[in-house]
Design a protein around this ligand. Structure first.
Ligand code: ZN
Length: 277
């Protein structure tokens, strides 16, 4: 059994791709020119697979040029539980900051989509799996208040593994805080649109993005609360194929539409137009 795995390993190491020039698509395994992938907002030009896209690039994708003004950029997570696992929470925060050039797993602010002013919040999966601790929750709540004060449509782009375990119960409490915050968006009759990227899972899915008026998903995004294996073990039944994919959820009514990155700005702009913006 171990031999084929070994030869596969050797074969893999033979194809050395110079870093920063070419990259391999995780879906179709074809070699793509790195610059082309960046130009294409990390969508594979050969098979259309949507790879991880940094929050900063998502802002560029959705908003008019240079229209974004960040709010609450200085909020940073503390370490309330003095948490240590394989590494300390402080170290995880530091490394995530270096990897993403962000202070937290979400950027919030205002900008324009085809000239229409909006409040936009974007999560970054590379910041500790886009997890939601006290600061992410606080930034979502403050962004909602900001949108209400300025009477702006509220738009969120999510990419998250769920609640941030390093803050324990404090992370779980963000569900109540963010749900209430977006509840006020509804009370004030402001549009709320969420875009669920791969993955949108766990305590984040259960908090604010699933409460939107219109839910857009990226193609093939994993969207779900609990991992499929845990559900199967609990209910002792096999789950249908494609369970927890954007396409399955569209078919079953949880997602309103699936939009590739190339069409997201135009679709959000159109939807805002329908709602009188
Ligand atoms: Zn591909």
């Amino acid at each position: 059994m171990s031999e084929p795995a070994l030869s596969k390993k050797v074969e893999k190491s033979k194809v050395v791709v110079p870093e920063g020039l070419w990259t391999k698509c995780v879906s179709c395994r074809q070699i793509i020119y790195e610059k082309e992938l960046i130009r294409n907002y990390q969508v594979c030009p050969k098979c259309g697979h949507h790879h991880y896209l940094p929050a900063i690039s998502r802002i560029e994708l959705l908003l008019d040029d240079a229209s974004f003004k960040e709010i609450n950029s200085d909020l940073k997570s503390g370490d309330p539980l003095n948490f240590k696992a394989s590494k300390s929470y402080k170290m995880s925060l530091k490394e995530a900051g270096f990897a993403t050039a962000l202070n937290e797993a979400i950027i919030t602010g205002e900008g324009k989509i085809d000239g229409k002013k909006v409040c936009l919040s974007v999560m970054d999966f590379k910041f500790i799996g886009g997890s939601m601790g006290s600061v992410v929750g606080e930034k979502v709540a403050r962004a909602a208040d900001f949108a209400i004060n300025k009477k702006l449509p509220f738009i969120v782009v999510c990419a998250s593994g769920g609640a941030r375990m390093q803050e324990g119960m404090l992370s779980l409490m963000q569900m109540a805080k963010t749900s209430m915050a977006v509840g006020k968006i509804h009370e004030n009759k402001l549009p709320f649109i969420s875009i669920m990227a791969h993955p949108t899972t766990g305590g984040v899915l259960a908090s604010f993005p699933s409460l939107a008026d219109i839910i857009i998903a990226e193609p093939k995004a994993l969207i779900g609360f609990t991992g499929a294996r845990v559900i199967e073990r609990t209910i002792k039944e096999r789950l249908p194929d494609g369970f927890q994919t954007a396409e399955f959820l569209l078919k079953h009514g949880m997602v309103d539409l699936i939009a590739s990155r190339a069409e997201q700005k135009e679709i959000v702009s159109q939807l805002l137009g329908f709602m009188g913006y």
